[in-house]
Design a protein around this ligand. Structure first.
Ligand code: IVH
Length: 679
């Protein structure tokens, strides 16, 4: 049996190691060991404490898991009030602040500490003899709520200070935030569990911190940033400058913003502000401005306070990124690819530095998830250059006549059917060939190299043709003449002539290119080839239903549905009919070409041997297809074998082929040869 002293020593050592790793991980954001290694040490501590519960100490890292719920938070009076800051919204106000400071101090230049203004919750932490004893919210500045149990769960708050301060009582002030990444993860988890989605990291942090059940807080990742000390400064002026206070906090293993700076004069303040504003989106946490504090503590003392705010500091705020306004209507915008996006029409609101009247609602599910109704008061967010979005509704302000949103089942632009494919969030217009919203995209795709390969018909020219209303659908391309084209910008007689020739030439195509050119969603070149070789004729393909289409190798339910939806749409069928009327044509794929025919089929006269398992077809199917293209399939490899087709787990035929030096094809190579033939 180990003596209790030995156990205590081991416990102490484990706690010290874990606390140090917590510091590297949560404060320095630079872990030095693997998670698994950490877990092992942590488990050893837990097990030992379980065996010797009387040796558990309040500063043990195991004691951050929360405690049974409280009925209410106790009120706690702050020993020194937690004041707020005056705000500045413009450069002029900052210049005026600096002038006031200089005049009051009667100096030419002032050094300032510049810090990010965290968008979180101010808290006070009280340490006695180096141990965290109490933590409180700011409350009204004089009295806050005792949230000690919740604060103890935050890993970046030391439960015990590494160096016991000279004063027995020591207060640290700072902000509890939820890092952006932790916020995203929390919301994902909440959504999976069907629970409340938080509007922003600040709300999530507030919601998590003000839990009566600290075990819930323990499941939320919160981070504490220290920016000041309370009591110590008032009673014992150990420091000459604010920057020294911050350095001391860092030495006591608090997390301190890396962006903190010391600069001189108003111009430098403004430069810092613009720099911080520019890097705002790259910071791991949300900030809503920059705080300027006179760095010299004696100067701070001289400046003193006015009503509830210090005269030595000011918050230079960024334009608010969120504001509330009325959702007047939800309109549908149709994008280049046919996506129907619900867009909020809003009562004008000033947010993110501009007046916003429209904001995206993303898609149907998002509206559902956020339970947004037309007529609601909503929160609009505009962060930097990001498109404004509606982040939430305020249900308490919902008028009696608020209306639910219903996604239309027809395209508001062209009246083609709009569908939502299984597993997709977006509803799309199916009238790809006809819809004005998709016109440019459809024409560009139609003319592209792998589709109809119309040389010289680039994006700029398509823009002109569409904007001048010369072309509405791909079928209109075949009506263009040299005279019309020569009048366009950057076109001359010769280039117009070349284009007409290219358009004319494109009429002789292949079925697979034509199918690809239609721009059916999810139908790329390979799928188009598979469709062409299986259906053989366009008419057959156009009549196939999703379940039949799914019989084709590599065509799943989503692709099949997309193809069916496309051909069902009458607008598309019209355009296809017009294209064919204009003379588009392709060689018919002989439905069952015989091996004996002298048709010039690439496999005629060739002998194949199949071995191993193929992934897209059975061997029987492969045999049929080879035979359709004029080849012969035999059972054993000999010197007259032209090719051995090898699937997975091939047998001795493969070895034999290599011995005899007979060319070996894998499945892809066989398919590509077959497809070449069917073009
Ligand atoms: S110093 C005497 N520094 O801003 C003023 N406050 O309006 C003590 N805040 O309640 C505050 N970041 O929640 C200070 N770097 C920072 C800050 C900061 C955010 C918040 C804090 C405070 C409010 C003041």
């Amino acid at each position: 049996m180990a003596s209790e002293k030995t156990i205590e020593e081991r416990l102490g050592a484990l706690r010290a190691v874990i606390t140090s790793h917590n510091f590297h991980y949560y404060v320095q954001d630079a872990p030095v060991i693997q998670d698994a290694e950490y877990d092992l040490i942590f488990r050893e501590l837990q097990q030992l404490e379980q065996q010797y519960p009387h040796l558990i100490t309040p500063d043990s890292p195991t004691q951050r898991v929360g405690a049974p719920p409280l009925k209410a938070f106790a009120q706690l009076a702050h020993e020194t009030p937690m004041l707020s800051l005056a705000n500045a919204f413009s450069d002029e106000e900052v210049i005026a602040f600096d002038r006031r400071v200089r005049e009051a101090l009667d100096v030419k230049k002032v050094d300032y500490a510049v810090e990010p203004k965290f968008d979180g919750l101010a808290v006070s932490l009280m340490y006695e003899n180096g141990m965290l004893v109490r933590g409180a919210t700011r409350g009204n500045g004089y009295t806050g709520e005792d949230i000690t149990l919740n604060l103890r769960t935050i890993s970046s708050i030391p439960l015990r200070l590494p160096v016991v301060p000279a004063r027995s009582r020591f207060e640290v002030r700072g902000e509890v935030v939820m890092l952006k990444a932790d916020f995203e993860q929390l919301n994902q988890r909440q959504q999976q569990k069907g629970e409340k989605i938080f509007v922003n990291p600040r709300n999530a942090a507030a919601g998590s911190l003000r839990q009566l059940d600290s075990r819930v807080t323990a499941t939320r990742k919160l981070t504490f940033f220290a920016y000041d000390i309370g009591m110590l400064r008032n009673h014992q002026p150990d420091f000459l400058e604010h920057s020294a206070v911050l350095a001391y906090l860092a030495s006591q293993q608090f997390r301190v913003a890396q962006q903190n700076r010391i600069v001189t004069g108003a111009d430098a303040l403004l430069a810092c502000y613009h720099e911080m504003a520019a890097s705002r989106s790259t910071l791991p946490y949300e900030i809503d401005g920059v705080v300027y504090k006179v760095n010299n503590l004696a100067q701070q003392e001289t400046l003193g306070y006015v009503s509830r705010a210090p005269r030595f500091a000011i918050a230079h705020k960024f334009p608010a990124q969120e504001a509330s306004t009325e959702l007047l209507a939800i309109e549908i915008q149709v994008g280049r690819t046919g996506a129907l996006t619900p867009v909020a029409r809003l009562a004008p609101v000033f947010v993110g530095g501009v007046t916003v009247t429209n904001a995206t609602l993303h898609n149907e599910d998002e509206i559902q998830r956020k339970q947004i109704m037309i007529g609601d008061t909503v929160i609009v967010r505009r962060a930097g250059d990001v498109i404004p979005e509606v982040v939430a509704a305020i249900p308490e302000h919902r008028p009696a006549d608020a209306q639910s949103f219903v996604m239309p089942d027809h395209c508001p632009i062209c009246d083609s059917r709009a569908v939502r494919l299984p597993g997709e969030a977006v509803t799309r217009c199916t009238g790809g060939l006809y819809c004005p919203a998709q016109r440019k995209q459809a024409l560009w795709h139609f003319a592209s190299r792998s589709a109809m390969d119309i040389d010289g018909l680039g994006e700029k020219l398509i823009d002109q043709l569409v904007e001048r209303k010369l072309v509405h659908t791909p079928a209109d391309l075949y009506k263009l003449d040299v005279e019309t084209l020569a009048k366009l910008e950057r076109m001359a007689e010769k280039s117009a002539h070349n284009l007409v020739t290219a358009i004319e030439r494109s009429k002789h195509t292949t079925l697979s290119r034509f199918i690809y050119a239609l721009g059916i969603r999810h139908v790329g070149e390979a799928t188009a080839k598979a469709l062409a070789s299986h259906a053989g004729e366009l008419n057959v393909l156009m009549k196939m239903r999703a379940d039949e289409l799914q019989q084709i190798p590599d065509i799943g339910p989503v692709v099949a549905q997309s193809i069916e939806d496309f051909f069902i749409e009458a607008h598309n069928r019209d355009v296809i009919a017009q294209l064919i009327q204009h003379g588009l044509q392709w060689k018919k794929t002989p439905p069952a070409a015989q091996a004996t025919s002298e048709s010039g089929l690439i496999f005629s006269g060739k002998t194949f041997v199949l071995t191993g398992t193929l992934s897209t077809m059975t061997r029987e199917q492969a045999k049929n297809r080879i035979e359709q293209q004029g080849g012969k399939v035999t059972a054993s490899v000999s010197s007259v074998t032209s090719y051995v087709v090898v699937g997975t787990d091939p047998g001795s035929k493969y070895t034999r082929a290599t011995e005899l030096g007979i060319p070996v094809l894998d499945e892809d190579q066989l398919l590509s040869l077959l497809q070449k033939q069917s073009e």
